[in-house]
Design a protein around this ligand. Sequence first.
Ligand SMILES: C[S@@+](CC[C@H](N)C(=O)[O-])C[C@H]1O[C@@H](n2cnc3c(N)ncnc32)[C@H](O)[C@@H]1O
Length: 212
Amino acid sequence: MAKKKKSWINQHLNDGWVREANKQGYRSRAAFKLEQLDKQDRLLKPGQTVVDLGATPGGWSQYAARKLGEKGNIIAIDIVSMVDIAGVSFLHGDFNDVKVQKSFAALLNGEKADIVISDMAPNISGVKDKDEAGFSDLFFSILQFVDSNLRSGGNLVVKGFEGVSAGELRKKCKRLFQTVSIRKPEASRDKSRERYLVAKGYFGPNSFRKTN
Ligand SMILES: C[S@@+](CC[C@H](N)C(=O)[O-])C[C@H]1O[C@@H](n2cnc3c(N)ncnc32)[C@H](O)[C@@H]1O
């Protein structure tokens, strides 16, 4: 086994959040990132409709299902298949895909989501300009999705990376939401540049188009 891969596996197995995830039956340590964001920003409540973009293996959806209990509607989407989670409807495919969006609209049945959460990232190439462009494209696709599917007053959580067009994207979100905060949950590895943008109080459909 290559040295780099072996050291990543050792680091992963020695990670306290991984051990805690195993103990609590979560499929990924990422569940604790959402838990910590939720505790700080009070995002998830029983009765909500939650959309989890890029959900596999399912830690965030598991956390949302536990928090919402039976009084919740969780729709998870991913290009990689996901083992079923009770209380979560899964759509297999790219969230930009027209077919996936049609199935999604059918599940929402004319309703809008209370919150959209995204832990997606573009494929990282290591080439700064290329990665910035990939990240911006993904972010704008998420905002387009939000424009059609999030209710007025709803909230958004999106994974981003420090320094990658962050200022521009944050500015954009400030025109669409009442408050925008950048968070680094404790469960996010110190050396990772990942950050989470938490935007609350959506101004409503078409705000995205109006600001373009
Ligand atoms: C970091 S993982 C998500 C981990 C998840 N939050 C958890 O708690 O287990 C990111 C996921 O985003 C998915 N993804 C990336 N781009 C996507 C797209 N355009 N449409 C749907 N899923 C996507 C990937 O397949 C991957 O499973």
